[in-house]
Design a protein around this ligand. Structure first.
Ligand code: UDP
Length: 246
């Protein structure tokens, strides 16, 4: 069950949604903070250039294949992933599980007001969920200690960090030994979606792995980031295929 595949040097767990959830339930039972990362192809490429991010991913307890690019890459590497496990959908499932098991979540990140709006929507959907606290993601380095105290006083089961990558992964890694939570997950722009501020791609785009196209139509200024997908595929095609098993 702990099968991994290395994609451009990044270890990715070969898990489907159900297996990822089983691991999550274990994390909630165990002591210490388990780090969950949800890389897409852009993050995989960035990890190759950023040793700190690569280190954070290597130290994560679970690396979920968020991104259609990773599924294609696994096919090219002849170790096909069963399905794409998107960070936002997996995050939704963890909230559902916590709501059914008297669990709690702390929402950290995104612009002021977003985490509170997201919290409201989460409570509507999952009334049993405890929102242990919220905090926006714009802070100075000298405020980090205070933020840590806030999180620890709330002592959530799940610490959700929406600072974008690699900020979110590096924040968790920096404070992991002092964090009072069972699991931490980096969710990028998921709180923007939960709050209703950002629309998720319609079903058609999601089903065909075309969220990148939808996002490009919404925010053409992201075109440079879009170029990461074809670049990533090329890198995988020409990568050393002997280095894929962990
Ligand atoms: N963000 C933040 N603090 C920062 C920079 C970004 O809280 O210093 C938030 C931002 O408001 C957004 C999220 O992090 O909600 C990043 O979203 P994006 O979609 O760019 O994430 P990614 O694509 O990197 O996963």
């Amino acid at each position: 069950m702990n099968n991994k595949i290395k994609i451009l040097g990044v270890p990715v767990d070969m898990v489907n949604y159900d297996e990822a959830m089983e691991r999550f339930k274990e994390f909630i039972r165990e002591d210490g903070v388990s780090l969950i990362v949800t890389p897409n192809s852009e993050i995989v490429v960035n990890a190759g250039k950023n040793p700190e991010l690569m280190d954070a991913i290597n130290q994560a307890e679970m690396v979920i294949p968020d991104g259609i690019g990773l599924v294609y890459a696994s096919k090219i590497l002849k170790h096909p992933l069963e399905e794409r496990v998107t960070g936002i959908d997996f995050f939704g499932r963890t909230l559902e599980y916590l709501s059914q098991n008297a669990g709690s979540v702390f929402l950290f990140g995104s612009k002021p007001g977003i985490a509170d709006k997201a919290a409201e929507k989460m409570k509507e959907k999952y009334p049993g969920l405890t929102i242990a606290g919220t905090r926006n993601g714009y802070f100075k380095p000298e405020e980090e200690e205070e933020i840590l105290n806030e999180i620890n006083a709330a002592s959530p089961d799940l610490f959700c960090v929406a600072l974008g990558s690699p900020k979110q992964e590096l924040f968790v890694l920096k404070y992991r030994d002092r964090l009072n939570a069972k699991a931490a997950i980096g969710v990028g722009g998921s709180l923007d979606v939960w709050s209703g501020e950002l629309k998720r791609a319609p079903e058609f785009y999601r089903k065909h792995g075309l969220e990148w196209l939808y996002r490009f139509i919404q925010e053409p200024s992201r075109y440079k980031r879009m170029a990461a997908l074809p670049l990533f595929m090329l890198k995988v095609v020409f990568s050393d295929k002997s280095q894929i098993e962990c």
